[in-house]
Ligand binder design. Structure first.
Ligand SMILES: C[S@@+](CC[C@H](N)C(=O)[O-])C[C@H]1O[C@@H](n2cnc3c(N)ncnc32)[C@H](O)[C@@H]1O
Length: 188
């Protein structure tokens, strides 16, 4: 699937995939961050997750990374944008206080390489927020099958499996399940 041509669609309709419980989790995640702490939104697309986060906390420094320039060109001006992939982040180690992945993890070709990179660019005690679809549910499984038909990596997780994976990278993990979707709030 080429996201390069989907910027307009995501800009106008991408926010509809974020339900209220997901947004509540995101705002709770951002509590306790002090002004000017830095967030990296990986697979940011048009910046939908960062836009929601900005409404909870507009004092943070937001950076968006995505391989698709056609998505990034719709990002709001307060996002510093970078073209790149999760598996090879173009940032120094310990650059960020937090990382977001909004519906993007399952698109990464190599999630393990991405998690290694997240650990590298996060500061000690840094935090990770993930929102994705639960492949253990009927809807999650259906989306997974459909994405595979489109040639996507479809690296969907069941939340308990993702929890184990992240704990293996040294994170303390809290998962909130919301029917066929879930959020992860993790601390390094
Ligand atoms: C479903 S969109 C989600 C965009 C945005 N986070 C949102 O919530 O609307 C998935 C995004 O992941 C990006 N993506 C795909 N492969 C990637 C990779 N290897 N590293 C980083 N981003 C990737 C795509 O270009 C796309 O913008």
């Amino acid at each position: 699937m080429s996201f390069n041509n989907l910027g307009f669609i995501f800009k106008h309709f991408g926010s509809l995939v974020y339900s209220k419980p997901i947004l509540d989790d995101l705002c709770v995640f951002l509590r306790g961050f002090t002004d000017k702490e830095s967030v990296l939104d990986i697979g940011a697309g048009t910046g939908v997750m960062s836009e929601f986060a900005y409404r909870c906390n507009d004092a943070l420094k937001y950076t968006a990374l995505d391989p698709a320039e056609g998505m990034l060109k719709y990002a709001p001006p307060y996002l510093e944008i970078h073209v790149g992939v999760a598996e090879a982040l173009p940032f120094e180690k310990e650059s960020f206080d937090a990382v977001f992945m909004g519906e993007s993890l399952h698109h990464f070709n190599d999630p393990d390489a991405a998690f290694r990179e997240v650990v590298r660019v996060l500061k000690k005690g840094g935090r990770l927020f993930i929102y994705d679809f639960d492949k253990g549910t009927f809807l999650g499984k259906s989306i997974c099958r459909m994405e595979k038909l489109f040639g996507e990596p479809a690296n969907f997780y069941e939340p308990s499996v993702l929890q184990e994976v992240l704990e293996g990278y040294g994170f303390t993990v809290q998962i909130n399940k919301h029917k066929w979707r879930y959020t992860v709030s993790a601390t390094l």
